[in-house]
Design a binder for this molecule. Structure first.
Ligand code: HEM
Length: 525
């Protein structure tokens, strides 16, 4: 009898606790919902973070968030405490140099090693400013005298790989073609570039035609999860605080993957410290610049790992998207080739295939520049939420009062496919829209070109949070199309279904840009 009554008492106590918790959760949900209920958006998304989480899991945030702004307008509620904007003034206001907005805890997920911050994960503005300041000169290329040469070397490695393993001769039978996944080769290129530029230990994926350290595999499997957890930062913080994340963290003695990368960066950073003389070994590269400007050994390790992640997939997406457009667009392709061939013929581009186009020359090729701007507009390389947080006093956005502490994301697709600016063919790849009619392009208004340029700048973020690696990315883009297209003719193998370019978790996971390659008759000076 006694056992039964204790059991009955325990059962009813548990029931009471569940009831109290349910009531508390319901009241909290209602109160949270009401706080932003005046802002348009689907009710279910305002009640729970699950629909947003699902969108991330499905890899659909690029298109999914854009559909939200199309349906609900420039300000939409997409989670209990998160809004979405497609208003470029708001995007600029949030990241302006003296903006009272700060980063939201979305960035917490950008810690690649549990418990260790990098410039992209630092939430405190003062600490973030200080870290940025120490790295600005290295990223800008001012103290990095080997940057352009390193990039040239990697791009020529890519050309060599294609030439020796995949390309057929100008007069060979088409049936001898060897299929090549251009998306994967581009990823090898940017992994080689970033491992060389960030910590001077090239992975040599291009030389071996292989994902040598399993880094690309890791990105494809780890990054989707990482971006999903960015929607639930409180859960992530809790798991980090109780030490759970450390249990699953990559270890430096792993043979492949992220753990191996960590070991390599540690070793490379370690080489810069001469323990006997207690001095930093000076080198004229990015890491050398970071250390000269005061980054500690631990900070340099974190920044090198982050740099690899921030700089490889982004640039790869910019290259793949633009190449896909060029290969499948005869008008743009023909016009670009005419510009490149003319520049080789008159000696602006070195006719030797052992050299790459100098960055300064590429900047002066107007059609190339238009193709790049249109390529990264057509397929912006980052579509992650990058949410910022309203200041404590709140803000008024598009006529709605938004209280303090609310997080605001952006719809990258809506911003760069805005029909008012680019329409009615905003979804078409048309480089001529960037060139004035007086210079042989399609656009009659100089003011409109300036507006589009300003809009495109947002692809690299804005103000105090803008991309530190933009100078590196710009040089890469300036060179890679010229060097590939002047040597090879690419044909899409599956023009009817294009490529698997759409899965977006924040960055894009892109595979299967299958092509065949034929050498071109090389133009001589
Ligand atoms: C086409 C290529 C690239 C694009 C479109 C791009 C875009 C962006 C964007 C949108 C942000 C975040 C802005 C924000 O938080 O609001 C960012 C941050 C960053 N990117 Fe890039 N990026 C590219 C290439 C690179 C490369 C090649 C590197 C390294 C060499 C790099 C390093 C960084 C770093 C370190 C940050 C963090 C800046 C900070 O927290 O202050 N990025 N990038």
């Amino acid at each position: 009898m006694a056992i039964l009554s204790v059991g009955a008492l325990t059962g009813s106590a548990i029931l009471d606790i569940i009831t109290v918790l349910t009531v508390c959760w319901t009241l909290w949900t209602i109160q949270t919902y009401r706080r932003l209920s005046h802002i348009p958006g689907p009710v279910s998304w305002g009640l729970s973070v699950l629909p947003l989480f699902r969108l991330h899991q499905d890899g659909e945030i690029y298109h999914g968030l854009s559909k939200m702004t199309e349906k609900y307008g420039p300000l939409v509620r997409i989670a209990p405490n998160t809004l979405l904007t497609s208003d470029t003034d708001v995007v600029r206001r949030m990241s302006a140099a003296r903006s009272p907005y700060t980063r939201s805890d979305w960035y917490f997920a950008m810690r690649l090693v549990p418990g260790e911050d990098n410039v992209l994960s630092l939430l405190n503005d003062k600490e973030h400013d200080e870290r940025r300041r120490k790295m600005a000169a290295g990223y800008a290329g001012k103290e990095n005298t080997t940057l352009e040469r390193d990039l040239d070397e990697c791009i020529l490695d890519l050309c060599r790989l294609i030439d020796t393993r995949y390309a057929i001769g100008a007069t060979d039978e088409a049936s001898q073609s060897k299929p090549m996944d251009l998306a994967r080769k581009i990823q090898f290129l940017t992994s080689d570039i970033m491992s060389k530029v960030s910590f001077d230990a090239k992975f040599h994926d291009l030389r071996d035609d292989n994902d040598n350290f399993g880094y690309i595999h890791e990105i494809e499997t780890m990054f989707p999860k990482l971006f999903c957890t960015s929607c639930i930062p409180k859960v992530l913080q809790f798991c980090t605080n109780i030490g759970l994340m450390k249990m699953f963290a990559p270890t430096a003695n792993a043979r492949l993957g992220f753990g191996k990368i960590l070991a390599i960066t540690r070793e490379q950073v370690g080489k810069r410290f001469d323990a006997e003389k207690n001095v930093i070994v000076q080198k004229p590269d990015m890491l050398g610049s970071f250390l000269r400007h005061g980054l500690t050994r631990g900070e340099a390790e974190q920044e090198s790992v982050m740099q690899l992640a921030a700089g490889s997939d982004t640039s790869a997406t910019g290259m793949r998207g633009t190449l896909f457009c060029l290969i499948s667009n005869p008008k743009a392709y023909t016009k670009l080739m005419a510009e490149i061939d003319a520049a080789v013929a008159d000696g602006r581009i070195p006719s030797s295939l052992d050299m790459a186009i100098p960055d300064l020359v590429a900047r002066e090729l107007p059609y190339l520049q238009a193709c790049i701007k249109e390529g990264i507009r057509w397929h912006p390389p980052i579509a992650g939420m990058l949410t910022k947080k309203t200041p404590p006093e709140g803000d008024t956005i598009n006529g709605y009062f938004v209280p303090g502490g609310v997080t605001i994301s952006w719809s990258v697709k809506t911003i760069h496919h805005n029909p008012e600016l680019y329409g009615p063919d905003e979804h078409a790849y048309r480089p001529d829209r960037w060139i004035h009619t007086s210079a042989g392009g399609d656009e009659r208004s100089v003011e409109k070109i300036a507006l589009m340029e300003r809009n495109n700048d947002l692809i690299f973020g804005h103000g105090k949070y803008s991309c530190l690696g933009k100078p590196v990315a710009v040089i890469e883009l300036n060179k890679v199309f010229v060097e590939l297209l002047r040597r090879f003719e690419f044909s899409l193998m599956r023009p009817e279904d294009g490529w698997r370019g759409g899965k977006c978790f924040g960055i894009f996971i892109q595979k299967d840009l299958w092509v065949t390659v034929r050498r071109r008759e090389v133009v001589k000076h």
